[in-house]
Structures are given as structure tokens and as C-alpha cells.
Design a protein around this ligand. Structure first.
Ligand code: PLP
Length: 366
């Protein structure tokens, strides 16, 4: 099996697995004042320091969550409480499904044909918005890898007095996610997208004093009242260790990605977001005459794990709203995503391209 679905979840890094094992041996609850509790608290604090050091956030403004979905929902409902919401058209469902009141077409920020946010359209929408607006834009798209110009988006938000939330779930561990450099008010990250275990994420908030947020779960008031419930210490410690490991050994996978794309283009595929700034590990390939699901199955039978359509929604392969927003129309259901994991072997491009060519040779209409 060759695993090429890193954007769904990255393989766990050994440093992360070791940190999870250490945390599992830590008996106490971080809220308990006795020595066992204090040991657990020390581990939680250490993990928080790591997340904050690499995002430029103060320790009081790192809220641990169960993952990227919860971090995004907390931002939309918490930071966005009482504000108008403007959402990028290619946002993940974690953001699209988060608002508690309907978001109309006028509240969606369109993207250009290459998948990048249309900053002109954002500026127009901001001009007609009240100052109490929250703009939600992802740093890197999960399906295409397209990277948005977040600093420029931030400049437009500042000018209009709006707040900016950035879904950095696919970017963290692959691109710098310093909150000040991005100019964001909040960013969401998820441990399993950079080699940590599933089940931990964080909402990181700008500002020096602890930012007050209405919690989604009040519970016992953990995380300074912003996220109740005993923190999932093994997953959190594993996330922090994975984040450190990912940043310590960045791997540029763009040459492998480019080789895969060159072969796919030769077979008649279209590369989504070609020419736009993109993550080095992600290719979204459309074959105009073959459904993404059929491609996924053909490649799976040949030993390759890729994804098709909206990949996070397990079991269901729907036409991608991302590709629809980019103008792919009926072809939006004909895409596969190849996303290279951190530990991919160097011969992957050769092996995958051969499998892709075999599939095309068998299935191309006469
Ligand atoms: N945001 C983006 C861009 C994602 O790709 C994903 C998952 O694929 C999420 C949010 C949700 O993250 P999680 O799976 O940790 O809930």
C-alpha cells in the first residue's frame, strides 16, 4: 500500500507516538492540586508552550480543543458572536457548517478561477459590512492546496475594522503560521494534520490579555472558561511533539508533486489551482471523462490511497464545493486529491504516475 492521503490525516510521527506514551503513563488530572495532578499540569503546560512558541501566541490564549473542527466552530461562534460573518467560498465544512444563523450568498467571498480568494470582492463586501464583522479564510485549502494571501486579506480586514479568523489546519506544520505575521485574530490548527494523533487541536488567539470567549462546552471551566472538559492530555502532548518535529525537519515535496502532475497532464488531466501558490504536497487532478470515485477505486485496487471529492466526510463522495467555486461545473465530481505524507518515499512519483497511466489507458473513452 502507498498512502497518499496526508491531507485527510498524516501518518503519526515517532516523536509524537513517544510523547503520547509518556502522557498515558502520567496518572493525574491537570486540574487536581496534588502532585499527580501537578505532573499532568506540567505536561499540559509544556505542550501549550510548544504550540505558542511556534504560533507567536501568549500561553493564556491557546485553547486546546478536540481538533480542527471544534477550533473553527469555537472561532466562528465565539470570536464571531454578534458579528456579521463573511466566509471564503472554499472553506472547509468545519467553518461552513459553524454559523448558527443562515449565511447568504452575499456573505460568501468568491475565489478566482485558480482558487485564490478574490480580494477585490472581499473589499467590496467589507465596504458594505458593519464594523462588527468576522472574516473567515483558510490559509491553505485541503482539496487543492491553494494558499490564500492572508497578509493582504488581513490588511483589508484591518482597514474595515473587521476581525479575521484563519483556518490553518492544512498549513500548520507545512507553512509558517505565526499569528502576527498572518495578521489574524485567531487561527485553528489540528494535530493529526501534521503527524500527531487524532483528537487534539487548538484555537490560538491574538492579544496579550486572555481573550474572553463564550465556550461551546462550559463544563468545569477548563481552558480559562473557554472549553470545558478534562483536556485530552495524550493527544495534546502528541500534537505538540508532532508540531515540533514537523517544524524541525521541514520537507519540500514540491518536486515529487510536480513530477506527478507532469505525468497526469500528459495523460489528459487538469491540475486544479495550477499556477497559484500551493502546498508542496498537494495535487488535485481532474479527468474530464472519469468520476473521482471511480478513479479512487481503480487506484486503490492498484495499491494507492488517494481521496476524491469532499475527503473529510467519511464514506460520502460528493461533488466538491471547492471545485464548483473555482468554476469546474460538472467536472467538480471528477477530481482526485493526491496528498503526499511527510514520510513519502522518493520513488513515489514514478510509481504513482505508472499507476495513473495504467488507469487512463484502461478507462479512456475510445
Ligand atoms: N479545516 C480544514 C482545512 C481541514 O482540512 C480539516 C480536516 O480535513 C478540518 C478543518 C477539520 O479538522 P479535524 O479533522 O481535526 O476536525
Amino acid at each position: 500500500m502507498i498512502y497518499l492521503d496526508a491531507n485527510a490525516t498524516e501518518p503519526v510521527r515517532p516523536e509524537s507516538a513517544a510523547a503520547v506514551a509518556e502522557a498515558l503513563r502520567t496518572v493525574g488530572n491537570p486540574s487536581s492540586p496534588h502532585r499527580a495532578g501537578r505532573a499532568a499540569r506540567a505536561l499540559l503546560d509544556r505542550s501549550r508552550r510548544v504550540m505558542c512558541a511556534h504560533t507567536g501566541v501568549s500561553e493564556e490564549n491557546c485553547v486546546f480543543t478536540s481538533g480542527g473542527t471544534e477550533a473553527n466552530v469555537l472561532a466562528v461562534r465565539g470570536v464571531g458572536a454578534g458579528r456579521r460573518l463573511l466566509l471564503g467560498a472554499t472553506e472547509h465544512d468545519a467553518v461552513r457548517q459553524a454559523p448558527q444563523h443562515p449565511v447568504g450568498a452575499g456573505d460568501m467571498i468568491p475565489v478566482l478561477a485558480n482558487g485564490v480568494i478574490d480580494c477585490g470582492a472581499l473589499e467590496e463586501r467589507l465596504a458594505s459590512s458593519p464594523a462588527e464583522t468576522l472574516v473567515c479564510v483558510m490559509l491553505a485549502n485541503n482539496e487543492t492546496g491553494v494558499i490564500n494571501p492572508v497578509s493582504e486579506i488581513s490588511r483589508l480586514c484591518r482597514k474595515a475594522g473587521a476581525k479575521l479568523h484563519v483556518d490553518a489546519v492544512q498549513a500548520a506544520g507545512r507553512l509558517p503560521v505565526d499569528i502576527s505575521a498572518l495578521g489574524a485574530d485567531s487561527i485553528a490548527v489540528s494535530g493529526h494534520k501534521f503527524g500527531g494523533p487524532k483528537g487534539a487541536g487548538a484555537l490560538l488567539l491574538a492579544g496579550s490579555g486572555a481573550v474572553v470567549l463564550p465556550p461551546l462546552l462550559a463544563g468545569g471551566g477548563q481552558e480559562r472558561g473557554r472549553r470545558g472538559g478534562t483536556p485530552a492530555l495524550p493527544a495534546i502532548a502528541g500534537m505538540a511533539a508532532a508540531f515540533e518535529a514537523a517544524l524541525a525537519a521541514p520537507r519540500d515535496l514540491s518536486a515529487l508533486r510536480d513530477a506527478i502532475e507532469a505525468a497526469a497532464l500528459h495523460s489528459g488531466a487538469v491540475v486544479c489551482g495550477e499556477g497559484a501558490p500551493r502546498l508542496g504536497n498537494t495535487s488535485c487532478l481532474v479527468l474530464p471523462w472519469m468520476k473521482g470515485e471511480a478513479q479512487l477505486i481503480a487506484l486503490d485496487l492498484d495499491g494507492f490511497c488517494v481521496s476524491a471529492g469532499a475527503a473529510c466526510s467519511s464514506g460520502k463522495v460528493a461533488a466538491s464545493h471547492v471545485l464548483q467555486a473555482m468554476g469546474f461545473g460538472d467536472r467538480a465530481g471528477n477530481a482526485i486529491r493526491v496528498s503526499l505524507p511527510w514520510n513519502v518515499e522518493a520513488d513515489v512519483a514514478e510509481l504513482f504516475s505508472a499507476a495513473y497511466e495504467r488507469m487512463v489507458a484502461r478507462r479512456r473513452p475510445a
